[in-house]
Design a protein. Sequence first.
Length: 209
Amino acid sequence: MAPRDEHDYNQRRQQIIEGALRVFADKGFEKATNKDIAQAAGIGSPGLIYHYFADKDDLFQRVLEHHLPIFRILEQGERIYAMPPHEALLLITHTIFGVLNDPIKITFIKLTIGEAIRRPELADLVGRLLPGRGLRFLSNYFEYLMDQGVLRRAEPRALARTFIGAILAYIITVVVFKQPDLVVVTPEVMAQTLVDTFLNGALVERAQA
């Protein structure tokens, strides 16, 4: 058997992931078929999908990993730890808000949340990938800042939920329950306000000279 061309393999794999994103965004996880995905990806046979992914769950997981912002944050973990906290938290917030610039990803997220509510097995998969890994990263980061004497001592997992909760609430008011004040409360304004307010409450107080 001829050796696999890694470049062609990875290119085709990414092609399928991009096609799957569009299909999942249009039909949701449950109604999406391999035929739909193959057609959207521009590959000849639905059976080819199994040369690149174990099953539809595996493909769905790879779509999440490639297109949702939490994974961009995880990839920058070392950089985030090295930055001043204000800059690091702004980077995290702006990275997550970046999803608001892509209508396909917004639709994909909305459908995924809806299906996760109805299908416990999908909720488990999404929960392990998104809240699980994202909250764990933030919790570890906040605990590191506490150990460095930057943040006051508190339950890091609660801090992580406090920070992410404000981000998710804003996204919901943008993509689901659209509010008229979004002309004023832009992602930039929200990010700056959130980070300033969060750190004003969490930073260790320094004695004034």
